[in-house]
Design a protein around this ligand. Structure first.
Ligand code: SF4
Length: 425
């Protein structure tokens, strides 16, 4: 089988329907337990965050919005002085904050508020107790998961230097999944292993020429570039989705540390068998079905590989907001030729292709799902794939189930599912 690495890519640069990078704060604020994300933005940005994260009543939130009012936008007030005042007030009230991210938005970019200088200034005032960094989550510059990439990239220049041979796992994973990865790697004999992002500011990992990178999320393009500037080298591998992806990811890491495949096979035999069994139980609902990915999170290419190779689906089109050859190449090698590979979006043209293909399942953003459902097409909300733990063996069955559920629901509605009771569960 030859893969899709050399398939010509359909590049589109039209209107796109995708969240902005502020969305990443929703999972990053849970991961970094002593960090605070201060969006310098408008009421729209505050509403996006609040509706996406839900309103926290009992907990002290770890994100907020410094709202730029009209007088700031009109240049009638000194936005820097106001920002300094708000940050001082926040840090006085919240001594637990060790890391503060100033997050740029469309409005802060439009008025050219220089948040990197603000971060430097605030670091000199509040450091070393509080590290102040900045990145952009604006809809002008970033799509959805690029917010996390920009956030992690902003941390790389302040990482200490090291010559130690180590593995750096890059990309935020839910704690329970991260613990599973650390346990597997320890049993295989890979170590020491550090994580970016770390759960606490004090554990910010070091980086250097003997650091090997295990990229855990496929949207880490900018972070990878920054880490390579510090001398680190990436381990080319598919991403740890599904039984096969996880095994290949672990084997590539083990090889980089001189550990034989047989050791990985020995350590992973039981969880791999569990994952294969769990996926097989769901795959009967996916087998032979045609799937169309619209570009959303950059998870599209790895997930298409999982669905086509482990669940028997056929990919019609695999759209991604950005295609990074270094990150996505090993995945494209594994996807059989056939699907259109598209990068970027021109939403109307892409919707025309969806309507012409009438796939069994379309993976797309929230805004496109309801209209397509109304046209009789089953959809999967791409955002769920980011908010649900889907990496590694123990989550492989859940990952397959995320795609099977909308198909089952549609079958129930049409009264043609073979086992209505089971499907209703
Ligand atoms: S950053 Fe831009 S796209 Fe995102 S919520 Fe704010 S105004 Fe909207």
């Amino acid at each position: 089988m030859s893969g899709c690495r050399n398939t010509p890519v359909l590049k589109e640069r039209g209107q796109r329907e995708v969240f902005c990078g502020l969305t990443g704060i929703i999972w990053l604020h849970r991961k970094m337990q002593d960090a605070f994300f201060l969006v310098v933005g408008s009421r729209t940005c505050a509403h996006l965050l609040q509706s996406a994260a839900g309103v926290m009543i009992f907990a002290e939130p770890r994100f907020g919005t410094a709202i730029l009012e009209e007088k700031d936008l009109a240049g009638m007030a000194d936005a820097n002085a106001e920002l300094d005042r708000e940050v001082a007030r926040l840090l006085a009230r919240r001594p637990d904050i060790r890391q503060l991210f100033l997050v740029g938005s469309c409005p802060s970019e439009v008025i050219k508020l220089d948040l990197s200088r603000a971060a430097e200034r605030l670091s000199s005032i509040h450091g070393p107790d509080v590290r102040v960094l900045n990145y952009s989550g604006s809809g002008i510059e970033t799509t959805f998961t690029e917010g996390e990439d920009a956030c992690l990239a902003s941390m790389v220049p302040v990482m200490p230097a090291t010559d130690e041979k180590q593995l750096l796992m890059v990309g935020a994973l839910p704690d329970v999944v991260e613990d599973q990865a650390l346990d597997l790697l320890a049993r295989i004999g890979v170590g020491p292993v550090r994580c970016l992002p770390a759960r606490h500011a004090a554990d910010l990992p070091a980086v250097g020429p003997n650091t090997r990178l295990a990229i855990a999320q496929p949207f880490m393009g900018a972070t990878l570039g920054e880490l390579e500037k510090r001398g680190a080298r990436t381990i080319a591998a598919p991403f740890p989705f599904g039984a096969e992806g996880t095994t290949r990811w672990l084997k590539a890491i083990a090889a980089a540390f001189g550990i034989p495949e047989s050791k990985v096979d020995e350590v992973t035999a039981a969880p791999r068998a569990r994952a294969e069994k769990a996926v097989a139980a769901v795959a009967r609902d996916l087998e032979g079905k045609r799937v169309f990915f619209m570009p959303d999170s950059q998870l599209e290419i790895p997930l298409a590989r999982f669905l086509t190779r482990e669940c028997g689906m056929q990919a019609v089109e695999i759209g991604t907001p950005y295609l990074h050859t270094a990150l996505h190449g090993p995945e494209l090698d594994l996807i059989a030729e056939g699907p259109t590979i598209s990068e970027g979006q021109d939403v109307d043209l892409q919707l025309d292709r969806v309507r012409a293909a009438r796939p069994d399942l379309t993976v797309c953003g929230l805004g496109l799902a309801n209209p397509l459902e109304a046209e009789g097409l089953a959809t999967k909300w791409a955002i769920e794939l980011v908010f649900t733990p889907i990496h590694l063996y123990e989550q492989a069955g859940d990952l397959a189930a995320l795609f099977a559920r909308p198909l089952r629901r549609r079958a129930i509605l049409q009264g043609r599912h073979p086992n209505m009771m089971e499907a209703a569960e």
